[in-house]
Design a protein around this ligand. Structure first.
Ligand code: NDP
Ligand code: 8X3
Length: 250
C-alpha cells in the first residue's frame, strides 16, 4: 500500500486530499501547524487507513527535517508527496505591501515547499521511485492586480516544479503541478486576516471550485499508470476565464 505525505492537511485542499487518499486506503502522513485538527483527522480517517501526524511550521527548517526523520519505520517509505501548504497574505499594491506578508508568502509557499522536498527527495532518489505533486495556482501562470508577491511565490513554485521534473526524471520519479483557480477554502480568510465578510465576498455570485473538486483531480493524477505523468494542470471554475475575469451571469 502506498504512503502519501500531505502538507497543509488541516484545511481546504490538503484536508480534502487526505480524505480522498484515505478512501484509496493510502497510508497517510498528515502535516500542518494546528495539531488539534491533525488529531481529529487522524481519528476520522483511522477507520479507513493508518494515519501518522506531524505538526510543524514549514518555515522552521530544523522542525521539518526532525519531523520527517522521526517517522516510524512503517511510514518511512514515502511514495507520494503533496506539496500543498501555503497561503496568500494580504492583497496590496506593491508600493504599500506589508513586508511581513511578503516574508510569510516567500518563506511558506517557496522556501517551506523546498525544505519539505529536500527532506524527502533524497529518499525517493534512493528508492528510485516516487511522485511529487506541487500545488501551484492560476497565480503561478498569471499576475493580477495587487497579487504581486503571492503571484511571484507561485511563479516560483511553477519553476521549482519544472526543475524537479528535469532533475528527478532520471530516477523514475514523477513530478507534476496542479494549478487551481478560485477554490472556496480558508484561503481568503487567511489572506484578509480574519475579515470573513471580505473573504466570503470573493466567492459570491458564481460557483467556485470546492476543495473536493481539486482532491478528485489529485486522486486521478496519482492513480494513473506508471508510464503516465501529468506534469502541469490548470483547473478553473467554469465561471472563471482568467485570474481577473469571473463571469457572474452563469
Ligand atoms: P487553506 O487556508 O484552507 O489551507 C492552507 C493549509 O496550509 C492549511 O492546512 C495550513 O495549515 C497550511 N499552512 C499554512 N501555512 C503553513 C505553515 N507556515 N506551516 C505549515 N503549514 C502551513 O487554503 P487552501 O486549501 O486553499 O490552500 C492550499 C494550497 O492551495 C496553497 O498552496 C494555496 O496557495 C493553493 N491554492 C489555493 C487556491 C484557492 O483559491 N483556495 C487556488 C490556487 C492555489 P496550518 O494553518 O494548520 O499550519
Ligand atoms: C489562489 C487563487 O486567484 O486568489 O491561488 O490567486 S487566486
Amino acid at each position: 500500500m502506498k504512503t502519501a505525505l500531505i502538507t497543509g492537511a488541516t484545511s481546504g485542499i490538503g484536508k480534502s486530499t487526505a480524505i480522498a487518499f484515505a478512501k484509496l486506503h493510502y497510508k497517510l502522513i498528515l502535516c500542518g501547524r494546528r495539531a488539534d485538527r491533525l488529531d481529529q483527522l487522524q481519528q476520522e480517517l483511522g477507520e479507513h487507513t493508518q494515519v501518522h501526524t506531524l505538526s510543524f511550521d514549514v518555515r522552521d527548517k530544523q522542525a521539518v527535517f526532525d519531523g520527517i526523520e522521526s517517522l516510524p519505520s512503517d511510514f518511512g517509505t514515502i511514495d507520494i508527496l503533496i506539496n500543498n501548504a501555503g497561503n496568500a497574505h494580504g492583497l496590496d499594491p506593491i508600493q504599500t505591501g506589508n513586508l511581513e506578508d511578503w516574508d510569510a508568502m516567500m518563506d511558506i509557499n517557496v522556501k517551506g515547499l523546498l525544505y519539505v522536498s529536500k527532506a524527502i527527495i533524497p529518499k525517493m532518489v534512493n528508492q528510485k521511485s516516487g511522485h511529487i505533486i506541487n500545488i501551484g495556482s492560476i497565480a503561478a501562470k498569471e499576475v493580477y492586480p495587487n497579487g504581486n508577491v503571492y503571484c511571484a511565490s507561485k511563479h516560483a513554485v511553477d519553476a521549482v516544479n519544472k526543475a524537479m521534473l528535469i532533475d528527478l526524471n532520471q530516477y523514475g520519479i514523477k513530478v507534476g503541478a496542479v494549478h487551481p483557480g478560485l477554490v472556496e477554502t480558508e484561503f481568503s480568510n487567511v489572506r484578509f486576516k480574519g475579515d470573513d465578510d471580505r473573504a466570503d465576498n470573493v466567492y459570491k455570485g458564481f460557483d467556485p471550485l470546492t476543495p473536493d473538486d481539486i482532491a478528485d483531480i489529485i486522486a486521478f493524477v496519482v492513480t494513473r499508470p506508471y508510464h503516465v505523468n501529468i506534469s502541469d494542470l490548470i483547473v478553473l471554475p467554469t465561471a472563471q476565464a482568467t485570474s481577473t475575469m469571473v463571469n457572474k451571469s452563469l
